[in-house]
Design a binder for this molecule. Structure first.
Ligand code: GDP
Length: 191
């Protein structure tokens, strides 16, 4: 799809952009173990496989979705590349990203605090028009919940982010997450 427009740093000036077909770099940030790989595999392959990592060999996996207004959005989802373990790699990872999904685990308050660190980092150093989503994952583990829906919601609202709770295990809200992100993307102006 050579005519696809690019939002974000892959092609910062959107040369040859096509308002109907967006191509965006998407990154996921958050503590190790919160479910980033499982969210991606659920979205791209429609499966939950707790044993396999998204280490794709190539630099990203991609998945295209169509919106109601006949726009298509191709997400180029970058492998986490160990950024959660090597903080110095993080800026390389999210540079030029049009979308950042910051993930925590609703059973793990530490991961919620870490998510807030990532949000600040992205606000400071991410692309100015980046679309930020806050995701509370493992929503199927209600009995072990330690971060309330309200805490997630309030933090996201204060920071102008989209918020959703998901379960990569049951597939709950996974497609909705990506659809809502797609709707919030800035559109390149038609040429
Ligand atoms: P990452 O390090 O953030 O990429 O986390 P992974 O995707 O590797 O997931 C870490 C572990 O959490 C896996 O072993 C999964 O079994 C588990 N996990 C991921 N998502 C969910 C979920 O939605 N519900 C439950 N119950 N477990 C999950």
């Amino acid at each position: 799809d050579r005519s696809a427009g690019v939002v974000g740093g892959l092609n910062p000036d959107n040369a040859g952009s096509d308002a109907k077909n967006l191509r965006v770099k998407l990154v996921l940030l958050g503590d190790s173990g919160v479910g980033k790989s499982c969210i991606v595999l659920r979205f791209v392959r429609g499966q939950f496989d707790p044993t396999s990592k998204v280490t794709v060999g190539a630099s990203f996996l991609s998945q295209t979705i169509a919106l109601q207004d006949s726009t298509t959005v191709k997400f180029e989802i970058w492998d986490t590349a160990g950024q959660e373990r090597y903080a110095a790699l993080a800026p390389l990872y999210y540079r030029g990203a049009a979308v950042a999904i910051v993930v925590y685990d609703i059973t793990n308050p530490h991961s919620f605090h870490k998510a807030q660190y990532w949000v600040k980092e992205l606000q400071k150093h991410g692309s100015p028009d980046i679309v930020l989503a806050l995701v509370g994952n493992k929503a199927d583990l209600q009995d072990n919940r330690e971060v309330s829906v309200q805490d997630g919601n309030e933090y996201a609202e204060k920071n102008g982010m989209f918020f959703i709770e998901t379960s990569a295990k049951t597939a709950d809200n996974i497609n909705q997450l990506f659809e809502e992100i797609a709707k919030r993307l800035p559109r390149p102006s038609p040429s």
